[in-house]
Design a protein around this ligand. Structure first.
Ligand code: EPZ
Length: 420
């Protein structure tokens, strides 16, 4: 398992190209199962989760080809079940359920396990598919679904913590080939859901309202192949903006979309971080002294849970008390004990962390635990003086394309070292 060796205290300067969005491309890859024709997806990030999803599609019988950042999929003849070991290992694969059920009228997938950040149940996914006419049984760790034919329905998909992103994706994809009209209430509004809807409509689906809490899908008989360019990764963009501020540098982001980051930029402005548009690029730097903030993670368009850890890495550098509250996942503070190893003063109080920023910090060995937590550890390592080693960075490789190379191009002293 590799680790990253970081010699911190160097301000980041230069330009970085933002890659395609992981959380858009995974459901879009699942959507290619809805047609026997060829789909071409562009701006596909080179991530282990994407390669995994490619292997899952191949195990289902699809022809999958990666050429640079272009992915071609032809799911001409597919089976209603795939490689369980693969499916079990990556939660995002749950979104093959809707397309398989809709195209083949049956599907069996392994129950996606929980992960470091939470139990990650899929009851809302199954509630939505049942509403469309699926018969569902759970046995031996697998979800088995069948249906004579899916029929449109009116579905409330909100859970106790609000909407479900992949649940919305699953039900929306299943509804594209159902008989009649489906209305999803309390749908997730994330840009990645909109990107999926745009791809499905390019395939001939009839979806309206994506990006709002109410999505309407008029079922069609079949979908055809399509080409699509994936939206930029807003979480990667937010990570680089925060890294620029944390190191007191100035970074130009190419290809990012400011309209997907309104809540993040609003909170960062309050924290003393300025993000200016320069044509199609964004320039990120401090606007003066950093200031402590209070933030609560919320479903889109609120402050994203996927940027919570990275913001905390900035707040440990910021003199004053910040309060960071996590409302989406029940265990998303695993970066806290690791950041405390640098000398940070963070107290966990239920769903909130009280960060007493501005303590003297110094580099130390830290261990990554999940994708966004590891990004927070890297940001902190870049900012503090001294050497930091972040181990188990396979977590990073799941969701950040060549992060160490991109950071090196910005002047960071970072080396990827194989763990002995
Ligand atoms: C997506 O996960 C993202 N992953 C996550 O990004 C992101 O954090 C999350 O949405 C929230 O924005 C992908 O898109 C691949 P949810 P998803 O269903 O869809 C509960 C990253 O770092 N819930 O919106 O699985 C759930 O437990 C990853 O890139 C139910 O209770 O998340 C959570 O508390 C991490 N029942 C809340 O809803 C269900 O049936 C939101 O989960 C489904 C979800």
């Amino acid at each position: 398992m590799d680790s990253l060796l970081i010699k911190g205290g160097v301000p980041l300067h230069g330009e970085v190209e933002i890659s395609g969005a992981k959380n858009a491309v995974l459901p879009i890859m699942a959507a290619t199962l809805l047609t026997a024709e060829t789909c071409v997806i562009r701006r596909v990030p080179d991530l282990s989760d994407v390669k995994f999803m490619g292997q899952i599609l191949t195990s289902l019988g699809a022809e999958v080809k990666f050429e640079g950042d272009t992915l071609t999929v032809r799911a001409a003849k597919i089976k209603p079940f795939g490689d369980y070991e693969l499916i079990r290992k990556m939660r995002g694969s749950v979104c093959i359920l809707g397309p398989l059920l809709s195209r083949l009228r049956k599907a069996t997938v392994s129950l996606p396990g929980g992960c470091a950040i939470g139990a990650r149940p899929i009851g809302l996914h199954l509630k939505g598919l049942k509403a469309l006419g699926a018969k569902i049984s759970i046995e031996n760790g697998y979800v088995r679904t069948t249906t004579p034919k899916l029929a449109g329905a009116e579905i409330f998909l909100g859970g106790r913590l609000g909407p479900t992103v992949l649940g919305t994706a699953n039900v929306m994809m299943a509804a594209t080939l159902a008989d009649g009209v489906t209305v999803i209430h309390s749908a997730a509004c994330e840009p990645e859901v909109v990107d999926l809807a745009n791809f499905l409509n390019a395939m001939g689906a009839k979806i309206s309202g994506a990006g709002s809490p109410t999505i309407t899908i008029i079922g069609v008989d079949q979908l055809h192949g399509a080409e699509h360019e994936v939206i930029p990764d807003r979480i990667e963009a937010a990570t680089f903006v925060i890294a620029a501020a944390a190191t007191n540098g100035e970074v130009t982001l190419r290809g990012a979309r400011a309209d997907h980051l309104l809540a993040v930029f609003d909170k960062l402005r309050e924290a003393g971080v300025k993000v200016e548009r320069n044509g199609t690029s964004l320039i990120a730097r401090r606007s003066g002294r950093l200031k402590p903030v209070d933030v609560t993670t919320l479903p889109y368009p609120g402050f994203p849970t996927d940027v919570q850890a990275q913001l905390m890495a900035l707040m440990i550098l910021t003199p004053g008390t910040s309060i960071i509250t996590e409302r989406i996942f029940e265990n998303r503070f695993m970066h806290v004990p690791e950041l405390c190893r640098l000398g940070a003063d963070i107290a966990i109080e239920g769903p909130s962390c009280i960060v007493k920023g501005g303590q003297p910090l110094s580099g130390a060995p830290m261990m990554a635990s999940d994708l966004r937590a590891s990004a927070a550890l890297v940001i902190a390592g870049l900012a503090v003086k001294g050497t930091t080693q972040v181990s188990r960075i396979y977590h990073l490789d799941r969701g950040y394309e060549k992060l160490d190379e991109k950071l090196k191009k910005l002047g960071a002293r970072v080396e990827r070292v194989p763990e002995t």
